[in-house]
Design a protein around this ligand. Structure first.
Ligand code: PEP
Length: 249
């Protein structure tokens, strides 16, 4: 079975009721390729607004959730709460969570486990920093991050991996199609060796890092690139172009 192309829009800490209303209207009016799965991820407080307003063929994701269902964890949001308001997806392990909020590989593994158990689909992010790439540690780092996630996953149906080199996120410095494809291929090879050939074949691997309307179609041609996780450009009308990048080939 071919892997369905998937494009996620990570709005990060951006937006207001008014700006997201406009953004959603743009998506609702957009001519979106029906062969592509599209998921948008506004900040928590706007999830309900966006979920209610956005067209039904576009899913909505939380940008994070905790590894517990309830309790004395001030400031946290549970996967169960996301489910409760009709959210289907969550982004976990984003490099900004890892770097700024010091989330460890282990914590991310636990969050993935809990989110899946609660019935959410997970975009699990991994990726190396610039100095790690320069020291030829890219594979070592992504495999370490992936292994910490895989430890908690018995069924990969609801997991999408997002390979996001940290040096490409929000920098305008996109990985070349060759650079991205090389790592995606390594990730798939790791899944084949450590999990199974079926999981390696079926699991989608998105690329994230300065994807825009101009570079998406070229990246989408790569064999192991099954979608994009988009930050900055997901707040702009060009997000529709990115969603349709595969169709343009
Ligand atoms: C992201 O935040 O996941 C991301 C890829 O950001 P940007 O597209 O802005 O580089």
């Amino acid at each position: 079975m071919p892997r369905k192309f998937i494009v996620g829009g990570n709005f990060k800490l951006n937006g207001s009721q008014s700006s997201l209303k406009t953004l959603v209207e743009g998506l609702n009016q957009g001519n979106l390729d029906s062969n592509v799965e599209i998921v948008v991820s506004p900040p928590f407080v706007y999830l309900d607004q966006v979920r209610k307003a956005v067209r039904k063929d576009v899913a909505v994701a939380g940008q994070n959730c905790y590894s517990k269902a309830s309790g004395a964890y001030t400031g946290e949001v549970a996967a169960e709460m996301l489910k409760d308001i009709g959210i289907e997806w969550v982004i976990l392990g984003h490099s900004e969570r890892r770097e700024i909020f010091k989330e460890t590989d282990d914590e991310i593994g636990l969050k993935v486990a809990h989110a899946l158990k609660a019935g959410l689909k997970v975009m699990a992010c991994i990726g190396e920093k610039l100095e790690e790439r320069e020291n030829n540690k890219t594979t070592e780092v992504v495999v370490r991050q992936l292994a910490a996630i895989a430890k908690h996953v018995s069924d990969w149906t609801n997991v999408v991996i997002a390979y996001e080199p940290v040096w490409a996120i929000g920098t305008g410095k996109v990985a070349t199609p060759d650079q991205a494809q090389e790592v995606h291929k390594d990730i798939r090879a790791w899944l084949k060796e450590k999990v199974s050939a079926e999981v390696a074949e079926a699991t989608r691997i998105m690329y994230g890092g300065s994807v825009n309307g101009g570079n998406a179609a070229t990246l989408a041609k790569e064999e192991d690139i099954d979608g994009f996780l988009v930050g900055g450009a997901s707040l702009k009308p060009e997000f529709v172009t990115i969603c349709n990048a595969k169709a343009k080939m």
